[in-house]
Write a protein that binds this ligand. Structure first.
Ligand SMILES: Nc1nc2c(ncn2[C@@H]2O[C@H](COP(=O)(O)OP(=O)(O)OP(=O)(O)O)[C@@H](O)[C@H]2O)c(=O)[nH]1
Ligand SMILES: [Mg+2]
Length: 313
């Protein structure tokens, strides 16, 4: 294959929180590079995954969900999402088709579904004003009936900003191949940006911090996941090839620190164990993971933003 035939470009995935963007990026790449939870606002910054398909190298940009921001961190997240979209060759708008279906029925709609629908509509407005066409992905089709889905296709088609609509189940792998092929064909001709075997553009210590944050989000509830952030302080390769990783979990208040530690350190221990297990599986080396919980006003601290490439306004 000559270099001329090669294609390379960026595809940004945008959507309301919890639509399944990170799950879809991981499914397209075939490896977990972006964390996933059942909670909204899991992804906080742009994560680049790299996928090879046909003769194309596609840089998939996973973005934070787009929602009405309140806090400084929220605003930085939403800005990061739109920057990802504006810079991309292709925009993929992901909608949770099951949530959209529920929001249309007063008997089924939960508060979260209504929020998702509002966020989805505001994304549509923004795409309109950007004057950008997008690929629509209706995700979570494993949860709804075919007829419902077809009605949704008609609804979104009529909006006039989508030049393709693809139905997928990111978690079941349905339709993922079709989306990959479409993106491959649409990438501009050009040399590949990354080595052939690279699947993510994210330093290991950042990914390791994300893994710990995922386990934390799965373990503690309500507002606590949003009051916490994780930083990798040190990453040390030992002679026996094992790796010592030290991380700090920042929370905003002493009461939150106590919950994360748990009785006799039970909660932090469980978070550490499952993070360590996942890191070991990923790196194939023995990991010694040390977690430390600190109270700090981190959401107002510039460094906690810049380490993730977020803007600090
Ligand atoms: N049933 C079903 N669940 C899915 C599917 N795709 C994603 N999910 C679930 O939806 C939830 C949210 O997935 P994420 O990938 O974290 O969603 P996201 O859009 O990245 O969310 P944020 O980062 O918070 O914006 C998780 O519990 C996933 O397992 C799907 O195709 N079917
Ligand atoms: Mg995500």
């Amino acid at each position: 294959m000559t270099n001329q035939e090669k294609r390379c470009g960026f595809a940004a995935l945008i959507g309301a929180p919890n639509a399944g963007k990170s799950t879809l990026v991981n499914a397209l790449i075939g490896s977990k590079i972006s964390i996933v939870t059942h909670k909204v606002q899991t992804t906080r910054f742009r994560v680049r995954g790299i996928m090879l398909k046909q003769n194309s190298q596609i840089v998939l940009v996973d973005t934070p969900g787009v929602f009405a921001p309140k806090r400084r961190l929220d605003r930085a997240m939403v800005r990061a999402a739109w920057q990802g979209a504006e810079e991309a060759d292709q925009i993929v708008h992901i909608v949770d088709a099951a949530a959209w279906h529920r929001h249309e029925d007063p008997k089924l709609a939960r508060a979260q579904d209504k929020k998702a629908a509002i966020d989805t509509n505001s994304i549509i407005d923004e795409l309109h004003s950007l004057g950008r066409k997008a690929i629509l992905v209706l995700n979570k089709i494993d949860l709804i009936e075919k007829e419902t889905l077809l009605a949704q296709v008609a609804h979104f088609n009529a909006i006039g900003i989508y030049d393709e609509i693809i139905m997928v189940s990111a978690s079941k792998g349905l339709g993922v191949e079709d989306l990959g092929n479409l993106l491959a064909q649409r990438m501009p001709v050009g040399a590949w940006h990354y080595p052939e075997d690279q699947i993510a553009d994210l330093p290991m210590r950042l990914l390791a911090a994300e893994i710990t944050r995922e386990k934390l989000m799965l373990r503690v509830h309500e507002e606590l996941p949003y009051a916490a952030t994780v930083t990798t302080e040190s990453w040390e390769l030992r002679k026996d090839k094992s790796i010592t990783v030290r991380q700090i979990i920042y929370v905003e208040r002493e009461s939150q620190r106590k919950i994360i530690l748990g009785k006799n350190g039970k909660v932090i221990k469980a978070i550490g164990q499952s993070a360590r297990r996942e890191l070991m599986g990923m790196l194939g080396e023995k990991i010694h993971l040390f977690l430390h919980v600190k109270v700090a006003n981190w959401a107002q601290d510039r460094e906690r933003y810049t380490e993730f490439g977020l803007e600090f306004e």
